[in-house]
Structures are given as C-alpha cells and as structure tokens.
Design a protein around this ligand. Structure first.
Ligand SMILES: [Zn+2]
Length: 72
C-alpha cells in the first residue's frame, strides 16, 4: 500500500482495533490512523500530513504506536 503520510511504500499491519488502520512505513515508522483520518489525510498537503503524524507522536505513550485521529 501507499503510506497515507508520505506516499512512500508502506505495509498494512494488524490493527489493534477494527476501526483503525495500522501502518508500517520505512520513513514514518509504525503508526495508527482512525477511519476518519484515513479519509481525510489524502486531502491534506504533505506538510500537514507530516504535522499530524508528528503531533500524534508527541501524544503517544512510550512503546505505543502514534495514533492519528480525526483531523479538523
Ligand atoms: Zn510514510
């Protein structure tokens, strides 16, 4: 699949919850996206997408995958 953040090659991994996608990307690492964010991310600029991931990273507890939730 295509990484929803950087559009590079990425792999879908087993999500922790059915309404989320979990992504492994060589560039972005491992992270989760909500169904809503999966719809919204393609409409954002690459810069905004990266900001969303960076923000999720700052919120993620240690050892947990960052979660990109809904994006206003
Ligand atoms: Zn990526």
């Amino acid at each position: 699949m295509k990484c929803p953040i950087c559009e590079g090659p990425a792999t879908l991994i087993e999500p922790e919850k059915p309404d989320q996608k979990a992504v492994h990307c060589d560039r972005c690492g491992e992270y989760r996206v909500s169904a809503e964010a999966a719809d919204t991310l393609p409409k954002l600029t690459p810069h905004r997408r990266l900001q969303a991931l960076r923000y999720a990273e700052t919120l993620a507890p240690p050892g947990r995958r960052p979660f990109v939730a809904g994006l206003g």
